[in-house]
Structures are given as C-alpha cells and as structure tokens.
Design a protein around this ligand. Structure first.
Ligand code: ZN
Length: 160
C-alpha cells in the first residue's frame, strides 16, 4: 500500500544536523506512527513520504522553510527575572511556558545576565537544515476513529 492522505504510516527515522550530529532518532524505540496529510509531520518530510511504501528507505535534506521554519530574531526578547515566580531556578536552556498574543507558548532561556533574562521563542530546530534517514515500516488505512481524533492509535489501544 502506498502512502497517501489519511493512511496511517509507521516510520523509523534518524535526524542529523549539518555536522552529522544525531538530533533525534526512533531507531532504538518503537517506530513513529502518524496519519499522513493532517500536518503531523513537517511539510518537507510529508512531501518526501508521499507515494512511498512499506520497506522503502530514503535520505533527504529538508531546508528550514520546509522544516521548523527560519530563525527569527524578533522571536527573541528580554524579560526581568522578577517576572518569574519567586523560587524558580532559572537556568540556561530551560524551557518556560508563557502567555503570548495567540495563546500559550514555549520559550527557551538563552541568556541570563543579572536581572535580565533572554527568552527565545523560536523552535529549537528553527533555521536548521534537517538530514533525515527514513524507513517506512507500515502503511495502512486509518480507522474512522483515528481520522476523527487526528492521530494514529496503537494496535489494541482503546479510545483516547
Ligand atoms: Zn485517539
């Protein structure tokens, strides 16, 4: 069965950056299940997977615009350490929840200088070229319930 919209696909993948450093991999875990065409994966990867079938393996380099977006300087800003709850241990690399204009967002602390804390709302992989190695493990039709939920269900899993 070929991959097309509304099929449940399981893939194994390894993601590396330009330096060949592994950023993420499913290989020592269960394959990643997703429903094709509902926006579960980054656009560049869905495009590449379309039409592939079980057993297919491929490598692809995906540019930031087809991945997690370009790095945007205006997503970086300073706040006061006093804006955080007292007793919060602020550390570099820590992710914090905040209220942005269009709802809750996650930012990473990228600098702490005295009272001034720099927050970066870019996705950690924004601006990064993504080198994927992918193997298609399974392709099947999605159930009605999976389509209603917008995500794949593990075999035998009950409703959630
Ligand atoms: Zn569900």
């Amino acid at each position: 069965m070929k991959i097309e919209n509304n099929r449940v696909v399981q893939i194994h993948y390894t993601l590396r950056d330009d330096q060949g450093e592994i950023l993420d991999s499913s290989v020592d875990h269960e394959p990643l299940p997703y429903i094709h065409g509902v926006g579960a994966l980054i656009p560049g990867l869905e495009k590449e997977l379309l039409g592939k079938e079980t057993g297919d393996k491929f490598s692809v380099v995906i540019s930031p615009s087809e991945g997690y977006g370009e790095y945007e300087e205006d997503q970086v800003f300073q706040v006061s350490a006093k804006d955080f709850d007292e007793g919060d241990e602020l550390e570099l690399g820590m992710q914090v929840q905040l209220e942005a204009e269009n709802g809750p967002a996650v930012a990473t602390i990228t600098e702490i200088e005295g009272d001034e804390v720099t927050l970066d709302m870019n996705h950690p992989l924004a601006g990064v070229a993504l080198h994927f190695e992918v193997e298609v493990i399974e392709v099947r039709g999605a159930t009605k319930q999976e389509l209603e939920h917008g995500h794949a269900h593990a075999p035998g899993a009950h409703e959630h």
